[in-house]
Design a protein around this ligand. Sequence first.
Ligand code: CMC
Length: 446
Amino acid sequence: MPTTPTAEDKSAATAQERREAVTLVDHRTGKSYDLPVSNGTIRAIDLREVKTGPEDFGLMSYDPAFMNTASCRSQITFIDGDRGILRYRGYPIEQLAERSSYLEVAYLLLHGELPTKSEYDEWVHNITFHTMIHESLKKFMDGFNHDAHPMGMLIATVGAMSTFYPGARDIHSASDRTKQIHRLIAKMPTLAAFAYRHSMGMPYVYPDNDFSYTGNFLNMLFRIPSSSWKPDPVLVRALDVLFILHADHEQNCGTHVMRGIGSSHTDPYSAVAGAAAALYGPLHGGANEEVLKMLQEIGTVSRIPAFIEEVKNGKGEKRLMGFGHRVYKNFDPRATIIKRIADEVFAVTGRNPLLDVAIELERIALQDDYFIKRRLYPNVDFYSGLIYEAIGIPTAAFTVLFAIPRVSGWLAQWQEMLEDPEQKIARPRQIYTGPKERSFVPIESR
Ligand code: CMC
């Protein structure tokens, strides 16, 4: 039998609510407000109640670059930046890198659970089945200049794919969404490999479904049609691990763009093109390309101290690429795993001489007050480029190798956003700082 709460019950409930709230005192009006706290956050919309009068719009929070704003609830990826922890759906990245495969991780990100054997086989079949691209898309790629940047080509062609699959606009149908997810994960390596082959003036190599996901990618990149080239299993596995490490990273710049574009209910190909464009930037996924250029510019270990001084005196304009992270403030767990893979790859390909420059650069930077004070450590991009180079991938294509696996993360986040009843079209507010109203002046009177 439900009982009527007593005054004592009510006051206990209020005390409990108070414990889960912060009190904000508005000194403009003398009023105070209890703002509920949940998961360590207040709801920004609750601030609207804080007003100086009925005409006042209400308080807003100002957070350029989203330094302290959670834009969603997510069950996909967990990061603890201070302790260097990264987990996909609860599984530590170290275990996944050791024991899983990229396609299994992609399934995990998208479905929330590791697949059973039959689910995995079906998933791999569905991805493998969709690796071919439309012949017209191939012709579209032929239109690029020979020196077109592979990321520019990838962004354009993945966006163009939306025109080949008009059904992709039906984002409310779960089965249609699944079809586009299969296609996107399957076709990204083909687009990337074709972009590379185009830049080399070499004939495209069609997907070979007898290979694994990364084996097929290496085959499309490097096989000379007249030879019976087979990818080295150590390199295939190394690339697979790199793909696992790059698959998702919660609300980073590219993922934020994916969710933002997706929130207007556009198709996933267009949203992926936008997310890839965000990734292209040198402060984000483009950093792996910049790291290699930087190591080449430094050239020898003896020139490192002078380079470090330039970075320190550059007032933020010159950066040590591959260092620093918005979230990781002690170490990036992905960088630790990548350093280990580098040894395995170099055992096959021979040691990249720039590795010595990278190791010494890291050693010197980690002892330098400038980097210690700002908590700057090597990130995922610091060593990955050296591995890509050793595998034979040209510098300009490095970011493409980041984009291929990140597609699974983008799509998982996109699905989660679409299924989240709290999400709406993304539309931040602004603080207007322009001129007050003024009257138009005809051109002859200006
Ligand atoms: N080299 C030298 N100084 C740096 C660096 C760096 N790599 N990164 C940050 N700083 C300095 C920055 O100048 C600032 O100094 P001050 O306080 O004197 O103004 C301070 O550290 C804080 O930097 P911030 O720009 O406010 O930090 P942020 O969180 O906005 O930026 C970052 C994070 C990753 C964009 C930045 O660390 C950076 O530009 N790193 C180099 C590019 C890079 O490696 N990006 C890949 C990131 S990991 C993979 C990915 O996300 O795709």
